[in-house]
Design a binder for this molecule. Structure first.
Ligand code: NAG
Ligand code: NAG
Ligand code: NAG
Ligand code: NAG
Ligand code: NAG
Ligand code: NAG
Ligand code: NAG
Ligand code: NAG
Length: 287
């Protein structure tokens, strides 16, 4: 009982701190989604708090409405988290959480990860994979339901979006690039860092991708290259040419010369090369 109280208090304090630190948050991001309404999580099964019970195996799942509610809560609190950039891209493509997360629009976000727009996928990404984010209020159900020894299928089955870098990493690298040299996109983030805030109040992953699209060889772009290598079909990897260059050395013979020249011409000939590269990538992925 005491432990639960302490925990609740900690979570409350932490979310208050997050809110205070990030006062500009309601301006962008998931503005179209309503603020944390917990009604989707009313009357949850005991498996959410005691997941090691024998009957918590399939078909038990966290209700979809609760996943939507928790994911909304997370992205309202910190819209700049990498998972929330994904959620925003899903929404823009019509594959939003509440209605159509498995709809056709999700292929605009990633062609290789069919689950990329599901709200629970975003919860796992924030609460399990994203460095330092697991104490957020929107992780509370996840944290009790997915403890070690949980019998809940979603906890072991849903991996989170493993290709993504952590928000902390992206924040650090974007800040480093932007403080070294002004570049398009930086102006969206710089104001928060200048004001002494920890997090750039911008779509960090999108800005990172714009910066690294034009200069992929910058030392700060290591995490972008790693991400795009892991899933070159991510929407933020549209300008990534590394995969094409890498595939070409072992792939179809016609590919190599083209891919190499596209990479060296990155930033100038990119728009023209883009269609061809996507076709090539799709072809290679298909065979
Ligand atoms: C999400 O999509 C809905 C329409 O499906 C739209 O009304 C809303 O503005 C979108 N929100 C964001 C943050 O893009
Ligand atoms: C919260 O949920 C209730 C019941 O579904 C709904 O009537 C209300 O509009 C919601 N509030 C917000 C802020 O979304
Ligand atoms: C598991 O059993 C408990 C106690 O019998 C019950 O309250 C709960 O609803 C059950 N959960 C599932 C998912 O069957
Ligand atoms: C998403 O992809 C579909 C094809 O699956 C395309 O028709 C649509 O224009 C795309 N939407 C956006 C917002 O990019
Ligand atoms: C859960 O298990 C993993 C490995 O099995 C371990 O690394 C981790 O520390 C455990 N977490 C807790 C909270 O016990
Ligand atoms: C994950 O769950 C789905 C449906 O619940 C199932 O079809 C799939 O096989 C599961 N995957 C793994 C790796 O357990
Ligand atoms: C790709 O590069 C163009 C030109 O540099 C840029 O306008 C666009 O935002 C980039 N796309 C992505 C997804 O980063
Ligand atoms: C391209 O491939 C051809 C044979 O398929 C090879 O002879 C040539 O060296 C390759 N060029 C590069 C730059 O890898």
């Amino acid at each position: 009982m005491m432990q639960q109280l302490t925990r609740a208090l900690l979570i409350a304090l932490l979310s208050a701190a997050v809110l205070a630190q990030h006062d500009g948050m309601m301006h962008g991001g998931m503005a179209g989604m309503s603020m944390g309404n917990d009604t989707g999580c009313a009357n949850l099964d005991i498996c959410v708090t005691e997941p090691s019970r024998a009957n918590c195996t399939l078909p038990f799942k966290l209700p979809h409405a609760c996943s939507v509610s928790d994911a909304t809560r997370l992205c309202n609190a910190m819209h700049f988290m990498t998972a929330c950039s994904v959620a925003k891209a899903c929404n823009t493509s019509g594959a939003d959480w509440a209605k159509n997360a498995l709809g056709p629009g999700r292929v605009n976000v990633s062609r290789s990860n069919a689950d990329i727009c599901r709200p629970f996928q975003h919860i796992v990404t924030v609460c399990r994979l994203d460095d330092g984010m697991s104490k957020m209020a929107g992780c509370a159900h996840y944290n009790t339901m997915c403890v070690n020894g949980s019998k809940v299928d979603m906890c072991s089955n849903v991996t989170g979006i493993t290709a993504l870098p952590t928000t902390k990493e992206v924040n650090t690298q974007v800040r480093s690039i932007c403080e070294a040299k002004g570049a398009p996109g930086c102006e969206e983030c710089m104001a928060s860092w200048r004001a002494g805030k920890t997090w750039g109040d911008c779509d960090l992953l999108s800005v990172y991708s714009r910066l690294c699209s034009s200069s992929p060889d910058m030392k700060q772009c290591g995490a972008w290259n790693t991400m795009c290598q892991a899933d070159p079909t991510l929407w933020v990897c549209r300008n990534y040419t590394g995969a094409a260059a890498a595939t070409a050395t072992s792939g179809p013979s016609a590919g190599n010369g083209t891919a190499v020249s596209a990479r060296s011409a990155a930033g100038t000939a990119l728009p023209a090369m883009f269609g061809f590269l996507m076709t090539l990538i799709a072809f290679v992925a298909f065979v």
